[in-house]
Design a protein around this ligand. Sequence first.
Ligand code: XMP
Length: 534
Amino acid sequence: MAPVPSTELPPDIHAGRILVLDFGSQYTRLIARRVREAGVYSEIRSHDIAADALEAFGPRGIVLSGGPDSVTGSNGLSIPESVFRTGVPVLGICYGMQAMAARFGGTVQSSEVREFGMAEVRARGHSELLRGIEDRSGPGGEGLLDVWMSHGDRVTALPEGFRTIASTPNAPIAGIADPARQLYGLQFHPEVAHTTRGGAILRRFVNGICGCPAVWTPANIIEESVAAIRERVGPRGQVLLALSGGVDSSVAAALLHRAVGDRVTGIFVDNGLLRRDEGEQVMETLAAGQGVRVRRVDAGPRFLAALEGVEDPERKRNVIGNLFVEIFEEEAERAGGAAFLAQGTIYPDVIESAGADTGKADVIKSHHNVGGLPERMRLALVEPLRELFKDEVRAVGLELGLPRDLVFRHPFPGPGLAVRVLGEVREDRLERLRAADAIFLEELRRAGWYERVAQAFAVFLPVRSVGVMGDQRRHEPVIVLRAVQTGDFMTARAARLPWELLEIVSTRIVNEVPGISRVGVDVTSKPPATIEWE
Ligand code: XMP
């Protein structure tokens, strides 16, 4: 249903924007996410951003991240002068504070004692940044904060015009401020969840000190995206979208549908490598539920034929990728002349593909399924999720009315179950894998574990192991269960699932799935293992 048009102008959700300059901290992304949680749009750029790029971005405030460098060495990264020419408030965190202190004539020294972990900070000097924000009060009524520290260097002498706003026994200058120039520094990390009042401190900075209104909300994001899509696509443009059934392409489909209605066509290539009932779920949710026009192509037999005899994992990926492109092109032709191709690129893809040293976030990692397609087919790209973090994509999905089940679905690889059937992919193997996988996921959900792990699935091993069923010895293939916990999927550890749950799953698989003799559990971390088995 289209939203009732409002007579009021919608807020400009990009108006009060915050620039996060990356000096190499592992927490830089967290800073940007916390700022957005405060309802303010933020982007991450490299520490050496060019002056004209900074001006073009037009930040209302700048946050300098931490980083591994030392300002006491000869090659510590410095802050571009253009940052201070903007005249907007600046908050330096950890290295960012040290670099700022050094820039304004303070002293930074390497300390014998590294401070790593929790610390109790005492707020001082009634600064705008920390006023009224505390975990508890000290004996003299001063605010005390539990914070996360991770530093070797520290500021030992204040620069001119600054005063101390926080201290710990180890770091007497743990926070600095020059209120006249609106420059602030914190030695601790407000972006890390261990700093319990960290969110409040960042909100104070962006909403209070920088004066950015809290307008970056799912409802406003949708409203603005819809307007932006309409503007880009024009009154008659047709859009194609490759639907995978995953969260990103589903949210993109719902958003595009709200913007241009029937002028978006989702092409859902069922490659026969999907999990049980997945194809039906996509059709039910997007086509029947959301009213998105979806062409479903049942191409399972074509994929299986192409995969016959292929055992090498890289070849499997190639075969699947090429055939996908071929089928997508055929279907696009059939759907009529579209001028736009929509992709579910999200902000972490944009950050990852930006050269770390150039900071130009404009090289796009193509969606694994449609890489190369836009150029080949001369289609212009539409990327409605390009500015969103994964949790924002989910929030937008819920706001658009997509079911929770879909919105919180685990990621699923483009080549599908082909990377989870080791060796040759054959229908009888896929069928056993689908059955075992469905049992595993069903029991995880029942036990409340599905949303507590980042990804969980079954793997089919084409080795034969002996088993006894009734009085008969059988030699049958093996299923392995994989469940991992991770935030970024770059590193992961095996989820510690309860033994009782694993026993239920194993018993059910061996009893209910004909042709499986044994169930194992993968407890390897990534690295050295990967999440998928390939
Ligand atoms: P690995 O196995 O490399 O997987 O540890 C990391 C994450 O990426 C997913 N994955 C893929 N996703 N297309 C995708 O869209 C692919 O080809 C692909 N291969 C792996 C994997 O499921 C895990 O979440």
